[in-house]
Design a protein around this ligand. Structure first.
Ligand SMILES: *Cc1c(COP(=O)(O)O)cnc(C)c1O
Length: 440
């Protein structure tokens, strides 16, 4: 079986590539790398160890690895106008753990967004009852943190400044953490950081979703608005490999604590191949990021408008729907005729359209859970990297209408989706544009 397993695995990888090459990728937390970055991620670095900081490693053989890691950190500092970058965290969650380790004491107090409003599981307490289900959140389960939630304004889809300020003054957290996974509008970092300082709290920003937008100069600038550190994933709006990073405005107390948290507390090897892929993507974004992320946001606004015109309900029409790469659809009202989030996710998948269902902030109150919630979250990062512009968003909205509102057989729509995607097979916004979904 073992030899057959190899060809079976290779066959499945090939099938996955073919499947994605014909699909419309709309998962807001995903993106696609250039060939140059992908190749870097497959190099010999993935066999090596380089514990510690460049120049102070505890292994031999690091001469070239060190130079790549230093280049990577230098470009990260340039892209984010940051005084310090630790490019070692192997994911966004590990980057958050570095922040918790540096900025809280075990069993200390932290404030963040609740999950149903768009907060991330890594911000949650142990056994959060937020969705009616016991969830073992990272902050609680790993650091023992007592997490209190910030107040959220469901109409504005943003933190409620007055309500959150009151809770910060009452709860007096050690750490105030901004950011989330449903992230349509910039958070009031300036306003609430000032309140956090009154009670002596540290402030951090989880930019996992919006890191590319921020680096390219859109959305907001947390390090200038009051956050001492920003953690992020390098593969969402930032179109690099699956990895993480923590930056601070200046080298100093926090950067030393973050460094010590990453090694030796949280990491032994740190996926050096992905540091190389991250470095290449940073070079690409320093050159093409402004144009790329500008188009990502224009496409998200155009997509929301086209979906509304097709008969759907994107949230926050009164605010122009979005200021990020995301669009959130309220698909309640369709439950009689079609179904809810999970049903829509499945039907679209049959048509070759890849989306994820998502909780709306008011789902729990109305008796819905994450298993079949009232929302669908969409993102334009990947389709934009494949070259789509505003007019293409109208075509995608039409496919949504055919499957969900006109209730055409999704299998019958799939060839049209594949034909549409035949026009978007190249990775753009990089130095050498090559085929996406190619498997070498
Ligand atoms: C995706 C996400 C993470 C986790 O990132 P990974 O790189 O998958 O570990 C953390 N925080 C937020 C807000 C996210 O959306």
């Amino acid at each position: 079986m073992s030899k057959e397993a190899v060809s079976k695995i290779n066959g499945l990888i090939k099938e996955h590539h073919e499947f994605f090459g014909k699909a419309i990728p709309l998962i807001a937390s995903e993106n696609i790398m250039s060939k140059a970055a992908r190749l870097a991620c497959t190099c010999d670095f993935q066999h090596r160890y380089a514990e510690g900081w460049p120049g102070e490693r505890v292994y031999a053989g690091c001469e070239f690895l060190d130079q790549v890691e230093i280049l990577c950190a230098d470009m990260a500092k340039q892209y984010y106008r940051a005084g310090f970058a630790d490019v070692r965290p192997i994911s966004g969650v590990v980057a958050n753990l570095a922040i918790y380790t540096a900025m809280t004491t075990p069993k200390g107090k932290m404030m963040a967004m609740p999950i149903p409003s768009g907060g991330h599981i890594s911000h949650a307490p142990r056994l959060a009852k937020s969705t009616g289900n016991a969830i073992n959140g990272t902050a609680g389960a790993v650091r023992g943190l007592d997490v209190e939630y910030l107040a959220f304004d469901q109409k504005e889809m943003n933190l409620d400044i007055d309500g959150s300020a009151k809770r910060i003054r009452d709860f007096k957290p050690e750490l105030l953490l901004f950011g989330g996974s449903v992230f349509l509008f910039p958070h009031p970092v300036k306003e609430l950081s000032a309140v956090a300082k009154e009670v002596g709290a540290n402030v951090a920003y989880d930019g996992a979703h919006v890191a590319g937008l921020i680096g390219s100069g859109y959305f907001q600038d947390p390090l200038r608005e009051g956050a001492e550190a920003m953690s992020f994933s390098t593969h969402k709006t930032f179109p690099g490999p699956q990895h993480g990073c923590v930056i601070t405005a200046e080298a100093g107390e926090w950067s030393e604590k973050i460094k010590a948290a990453c090694f030796p507390s949280l990491l032994s090897n740190h996926h050096l191949h992905n540091v190389a892929g991250f470095a290449i993507t940073l070079a690409e974004m320093l050159e093409f990021g402004k144009r790329y992320h500008g188009q990502v946001i224009k496409n998200a606004k155009a997509f929301a408008g086209a979906l509304a015109a097709a008969g759907f309900k994107p949230l926050c029409e009164h605010k122009g729907y979005t200021a990020s790469h995301q669009v959130v659809l309220d698909i309640t009202g369709l439950e009689q005729s079609f179904g809810l989030g999970a049903d829509i996710e499945k039907a679209l998948e049959k048509a070759g359209i890849i989306v994820n269902r998502n909780l709306l902030p008011w789902d729990a109150r109305e008796g819905r859970s994450y298993k079949n919630p009232g929302g669908v979250r969409l993102g334009t990062s990947e389709v934009t990297r494949l070259g789509m512009k505003e007019s293409d968003m109208g075509a995608i909205a039409e496919f949504f209408k055919k499957v969900i509102i006109d209730k055409k057989d999704p299998k019958a729509i799939q060839p049209d989706v594949a034909a549409f995607m035949a026009g978007f097979t190249t990775v753009k916004y990089c130095f050498e544009e090559t085929k996406a979904f190619e498997w070498y």
